[in-house]
Design a protein around this ligand. Structure first.
Ligand code: C5P
Length: 334
């Protein structure tokens, strides 16, 4: 269907997610694993810009380093929280990882799928500004896919509606429905069965991304191989349902743990060192998000970001963020 664009430009802020807790259960007949997780959107975000084009989709990816410089020895805590933002690059910064700009990019896959389903003839030129480190368990690719769905909806007035958007999202990846949903949610099934929850109160957090990355599918295979956590699965599920009835306190949720922390193999000592470093610098607790490799720590009211940055001595790229009540923020320029 040929539709006139409703805007000259749509700008979507696509936020990263944390898994405050994540319990992996048995593999299903379709190869995916049952899981129970507590998702939380955070303020660290990519920006997707979409402009109308007669037909077809193009994508240009730029990188902005949103990590903070740190270490009292290298200029003190005050300089410590200056983000390295401002300089756009064609290649990922050291804290990032390669993001494909070709057809395998989730933005283009999402756009093509929406166009096919909605019978849309018009296209879009996308510009993606990446700040969320890729392959770190922060849901960056999923956020970008959700942003593409929202951008096309707004650009062409598709009125996809929530149920269709969530169904399309589930076809694109297990974490994409949450990226559409956003906020705080319990995820069951392969992560796509979502129940909206609320936080007891907003929180600030630190995110540390080591230089190494984790391949998600391989990490799931490792859980199958070692059968780690499967005996605890039913108990975890009960706790997850219990949490679903209350307002979420991130520290209480984090006590449930993350199954992927148990299958890090040779990376485990480095993970433990980083976790200890995050705690020593003043975070109240620290865990891995998703299948890793990123860790996050909760900052309580008494710990300032500059104090933390000055004290944190671990390796890896450091980011500060806040809990967010939505996964996407869409702005339209008429
Ligand atoms: O759905 P997504 O593309 O993010 O999943 C990547 C891979 O992770 C899948 O191909 C699958 O091997 C594994 N996975 C899984 N169980 C899940 C989610 C993902 O086994 N619940």
């Amino acid at each position: 269907m040929r539709r006139a664009p409703r805007a000259r430009r749509v700008v979507v802020e696509a936020r990263a997610k944390l898994n405050l807790a994540l319990a992996v259960g048995p593999a299903r007949a379709d190869g995916f694993h049952e899981l129970a997780t507590l998702f939380q959107s955070v303020s660290l975000a990519d920006t997707l810009v979409a402009e109308p084009r007669r037909r077809g989709f193009s994508l240009c990816v730029r990188f902005e380093d949103a990590s903070v410089a740190r270490g009292a020895g290298r200029g003190g805590a005050r300089r410590g929280i200056a983000a390295r933002a401002g300089r756009l690059r064609r290649r990922a910064p050291a804290s990032g990882a390669a993001v494909p700009a070709g057809p395998s990019n989730l933005v283009l896959r999402a756009a093509r799928r929406v166009a096919a389903r909605a019978g849309l003839e018009g296209g879009a030129r996308f510009t993606l500004l990446k700040r969320i480190p890729a392959r770190a368990g922060l849901g960056g690719g999923s956020a970008d896919a959700a942003a593409a769905l929202a951008a096309l909806d707004a650009l062409y007035g598709l009125r996809l509606g929530r149920a269709r958007r969530l169904a399309l999202a589930a076809e694109l990846g297990s974490d994409v429905p949450f990226a559409v949903h956003g906020g705080t949610a319990l995820g069951l099934g392969r992560g796509e069965r979502l129940t909206r929850l609320a936080l007891e109160r907003p929180f600030r957090c630190v995110i540390v991304v080591p230089a190494w990355r984790v391949a998600t599918a391989a990490a799931f295979r490792e859980i199958d191989r070692t059968k780690y956590g499967l005996t605890r699965w039913r108990g975890n599920l009960r706790v997850a349902h219990d949490i679903g009835r209350k307002r979420v306190n991130p520290l209480r949720a984090m006590r449930l743990g993350n199954t992927f922390e148990e299958v890090l193999g040779g990376r485990r000592p480095d993970f433990e060192r980083l976790r200890a470093g995050i705690l020593a610098a003043g975070a109240a607790d620290a865990r891995m998000t998703g299948s890793g490799s990123a860790l996050f720590g909760i900052l309580d009211a008494a710990t300032s970001t500059s104090d933390f940055a000055g004290r944190f001595a671990g390796s890896g790229a450091l980011f500060f963020a806040r809990s967010a009540r939505a996964g996407l923020r869409v702005r339209k320029w008429p």
